[in-house]
Design a protein around this ligand. Structure first.
Ligand SMILES: C[S@@+](CC[C@H](N)C(=O)[O-])C[C@H]1O[C@@H](n2cnc3c(N)ncnc32)[C@H](O)[C@@H]1O
Length: 359
């Protein structure tokens, strides 16, 4: 392992603990203590894992503004293009996180082996998993990832991970079910490095209430966040809101609707896609709150940069709940030999569930 990366990993957790100023909410007691943060963006996974007492040993993102934001908040600069990182250079870690960009998945081969997937970000994840073999992994992608090319992309991920010895499950989760006033549906894949143990993993249960929008909104947002009078008038002429505060959403067809929660924050949406009460755009702090980022997160960069970064990020409470499930499952795996006999049936059921992907 090159000394530069080795040295960096030693200091990462100390710096990050100092800078995030976030004492772990739960000091985890399992032998899962470290994580890598691939395609780290501005660190949604990092916060979620830190809050559970895990420490980051490696992060990477190709986007310079993201790397600066990450460095400012976690105290170390992530590596850049994952394609230039040799798997052997990545320090050993217990959990691998990757929220990778959605690509044209039709180019992902289905059953023709890893070579077909070369050049895709998904291939880069597999390359690192195959060498580092973390005990668990959590992947995140847009909802369409499960349907794209008739589900071939997701199937390809599950088959490859299964070939590497991982038991996997996937599910679509919504940030709205985890206390955030944002409708954000994402495919989450969870893998545990042991065949046939996936029944030990429980998906987190939805929380009945989400934070009121009023708790997210700033009192006196700067004037630059207000839409022009022309836009405001146009929106008002097309929509009669039932509630306030509300987030008004204009869809591609020009229809306007409003809800007491936000539609999904998107990295590349048009400037006025979401307007608070039809009047103004969300401030950077409000966007961060809608993703569950702590108030201690310090914003650097322009409004448009942060809009893109937050739109790409993961909802922290949702990911934290998933990681709690991973830690719990892993602690049970350690006791597995005692359960082996009684679990044989569910293991068979698990394998049957995988058959569509494996045949
Ligand atoms: C969906 S975002 C992940 C956001 C992150 N999970 C967060 O919470 O902020 C995907 C990220 O992958 C990064 N990315 C794209 N291609 C990359 C590459 N070749 N190497 C490293 N990062 C890359 C993008 O810059 C982007 O920040």
């Amino acid at each position: 392992m090159p000394r530069s990366i080795d040295r960096r990993s030693e200091t990462i957790s100390e710096n990050s603990a100092k800078l995030t100023n976030s004492k772990p909410l739960m000091k985890q007691s399992s032998d899962i203590t470290t994580f890598s943060d691939l395609f780290c963006g501005i660190g949604g996974f990092h916060y979620a894992a830190n809050q559970l007492g895990l420490e980051c040993v490696f992060a990477c993102d190709i986007d310079q503004a993201c790397r600066e934001q990450y460095k400012h908040n976690f105290g170390f600069e992530p590596a850049a293009d994952i394609k230039l990182v040799r798997a052997e250079e990545v320090p050993d870690h217990d959990v691998l996180f990757a929220g990778f960009s959605c690509q044209p998945f039709s180019i992902i081969g289905d059953r023709r082996g890893l070579d077909d997937r070369r050049g895709t970000l998904y291939h880069e994840i597999l390359r690192i998993v195959s060498v580092k073999k973390p005990k668990a992994l959590v992947l995140e992608n847009v909802r369409q990832f499960s349907t794209n090319s008739n589900g071939r992309a997701l199937n390809a991920v599950l088959v490859s991970l299964s070939n590497f010895g991982y038991s996997c499950q996937w599910k679509i989760l919504n940030a709205l079910d985890f206390g955030l006033p944002q409708k954000r549906e994402r495919v989450i894949v969870v893998g545990l490095l042991r065949p046939g143990v996936m029944d030990l993993f429980q998906w987190p249960k939805p929380i009945p209430n989400y934070k009121p929008l009023a708790d997210v909104l700033e009192q006196n947002p700067a004037q630059r966040h207000f839409a022009s009078e022309t836009i405001r008038k146009k929106r008002m002429s097309r929509h009669l809101p039932k509630t306030s505060p509300a987030i008004w959403h204009e869809n591609k067809g020009g229809n306007v609707s409003s809800s007491p929660f936000s539609c999904v924050l998107r990295a590349n949406a048009s400037h006025n896609y979401l307007l608070v009460d039809g009047e103004r755009r969300l401030t950077p702090r409000e966007q961060l709150r809608l993703q569950g980022f702590p108030e201690s997160f310090e914003v650097i960069g322009s409004d448009s940069q942060i809009r893109k970064q937050v739109g790409n990020a993961v909802p922290i409470p949702m990911i934290r709940s998933v990681v709690e499930g991973v830690l719990s499952a892993h602690s049970q795996i350690k006791m597995l030999p005692r359960f082996l006999h009684s679990r044989r049936k569910s293991t068979k059921r698990h394998l049957r569930g995988l058959m569509p992907y494996l045949s």
